[in-house]
Design a protein around this ligand. Structure first.
Ligand SMILES: Nc1ncnc2c1ncn2[C@@H]1O[C@H](COP(=O)(O)OP(=O)(O)O)[C@@H](O)[C@H]1O
Ligand SMILES: [Mg+2]
Length: 389
């Protein structure tokens, strides 16, 4: 029998979801059991793991995500090195916890380019997205089937290829009796709105703005730390209305939702521009961190204000550990409970990796996973490409 036949007939699948996001911190892994249901699929996260990028790989990836000229061999080498790193991480993860059985891997890959035509940045008039991390390498070293390259099919149908997690948020967090919003604060923030008493057709979602990406870079440049732990720096500074006002005039902020964003908007050059402007306005380093952290919060509000009233906001991603973000969201969104996904039973650091396990499961179940109202694609489609070992 062809190896894939048995897998396709399964109603319960065991998948390791793999996510390395725009923060470029490392790889998150969620080993999940996913059970097919008529409405919301069951997703149980059984084990989680995190592997930090080694410094050389991280430096090469950082170079690739910035604008620049690279040789073909440099890009191919990074693709291969990352595939090796992913595979080694999966093997260590499985060994450490004695994880089995594993039916397949769902691997997002590392985005090195993302252009959304709705923000009219793309010269071709089309959206473009590119994830690296060789799935052939990953499949051959682990001996497991891999579903990867989740975004390309949506882009081929005229969509932006992002965000893709809204349908996963529906399965993980949707409730029939409440308006729920799920906010992921990774490098970028994306928000999913799940209206009460309605199916997946009514889901709305968009990227909102920078999550940790700008604050991380500024904390590195101004304080020599990788990130603002707990949001402590931000919590002790003062917002500069002038700097915040100028950042709110950026096209990514004023442009209509839904949209998708990336390092193209919030890279090192933007961080440098913010520092220069802060100097000109006479703002302290601490106040720059507070102001840019506030920008993260305000860009979420900028979207949520246009949605029906949200009863509960569930926050996931590394930013759920930032108290400045959590407190300000709580203060600024009226009559809404702002909670970490931990309180809904899911570790905030591993929700996204679980989403990619679920997206791989949707591929197995033969269910389209993109939402036209979110990405702008002309139709729904199966997402992902299969690589066999
Ligand atoms: N304890 C913490 N306090 C504040 N911020 C944190 C903490 N832990 C992680 N983060 C932030 O979360 C980021 C990683 O978030 P993550 O969800 O992995 O993003 P991505 O999906 O882009 O990789 C880190 O770069 C950091 O900014
Ligand atoms: Mg990460």
């Amino acid at each position: 029998m062809h190896p894939i036949k048995k897998l396709l007939s399964k109603k319960d699948v065991n998948i390791i979801g793999m996510m390395s996001g725009t923060s470029l911190d490392g790889l998150d892994l969620s080993y999940c059991r996913i059970s097919h249901n008529a409405t919301r699929h069951g997703v149980k996260i059984i084990k989680t793991g995190y592997f930090r990028f080694d410094p050389v790989l991280k430096r090469n990836l950082q170079a690739l995500v910035s604008e620049g000229r690279f040789t073909k061999s440099f890009i191919k080498q990074a693709d291969d090195d990352l595939g090796q790193f992913y595979a080694a991480s999966v093997k260590r993860f499985m060994k450490k916890f004695g994880i089995r059985p594993v039916d397949m891997l769902g691997c997002h890959g590392q985005t090195i380019l993302h252009l959304d035509k709705r923000l009219s940045k793309s010269k071709t008039g089309r959206s473009a997205t590119w994830q690296i991390g060789s799935s052939s390498r990953l499949a051959s070293i682990t001996g497991l089937p891999v579903v990867s390259d989740f975004r390309s099919a949506d882009v081929a149908l005229g969509g932006s290829g992002a965000p893709l997690t809204p349908l996963c948020h529906y399965h993980l967090f949707g409730q029939d009796d409440r308006n729920i919003a799920v906010l992921n604060i990774g490098g970028i923030t994306n928000l999913t709105f799940l209206p009460e008493k309605s199916g997946r057709k009514k889901i709305r979602a968009s990227d909102c703005g920078p999550g940790n990406m700008l604050v991380d870079q500024l904390t590195k440049m101004l304080f020599g730390r990788d990130y603002d732990k707990g949001g402590r720096i931000a919590s002790t500074g003062v917002i500069s209305k002038r700097l915040l006002g100028s950042l709110k005039r950026r096209t990514w902020f004023t442009g209509p939702h839904p949209k998708s964003l990336g390092r193209e908007q919030f890279g090192a050059d933007e961080a440098m521009r913010i520092i220069e402007r802060g100097r000109r306005y006479g703002i302290s380093n601490r106040d720059i961190i507070t102001t840019v952290s506030e920008l993260t919060v305000i860009s979420v509000l900028n979207y949520i204000e246009n949605l029906p009233a949200v009863d509960k906001l569930i926050v996931c991603g590394g930013g759920a550990s930032n108290n400045y973000f959590m407190t300000r969201l709580s203060n600024l969104i009226p009559r809404c409970a702002v909670i970490s996904s931990e309180e809904a039973g899911l570790d905030p650091d591993y929700v996204e990796a679980a989403c990619f396990a679920l997206l791989a499961a949707l591929w197995v179940f033969g269910e389209p996973a993109n939402l036209q109202a979110v990405t702008g694609a002309s139709k729904q489609t199966l997402l992902g490409r299969l690589t066999l070992p």
